[in-house]
Write a protein that binds this ligand. Structure first.
Ligand SMILES: [Cu+2]
Length: 62
């Protein structure tokens, strides 16, 4: 599965995408799409956040 992240926010917080449980650490360029390919994803919840954990969310795999 590939998720496409479009960064529209110029805040430094939106520069890095970290999904620790999946070993993802991606730098996101402003106004560009960054594809992140994830393989062998087990169902579950995977928190993601910026470097300092101010922007955060959860990826839910069903
Ligand atoms: Cu941050």
């Amino acid at each position: 599965m590939t998720l496409n992240f479009l960064r529209k926010d110029q805040s430094p917080c939106s520069e890095m995408l970290l999904i620790p449980d999946l070993g993802v650490s991606e730098q996101l360029e402003l106004d560009k799409v960054t594809p992140v390919t994830l393989t062998d994803l087990a169902p579950g919840e995977y928190p993601f956040h910026c470097q300092m954990q101010m922007y955060r969310g959860t990826l839910t795999v069903v």
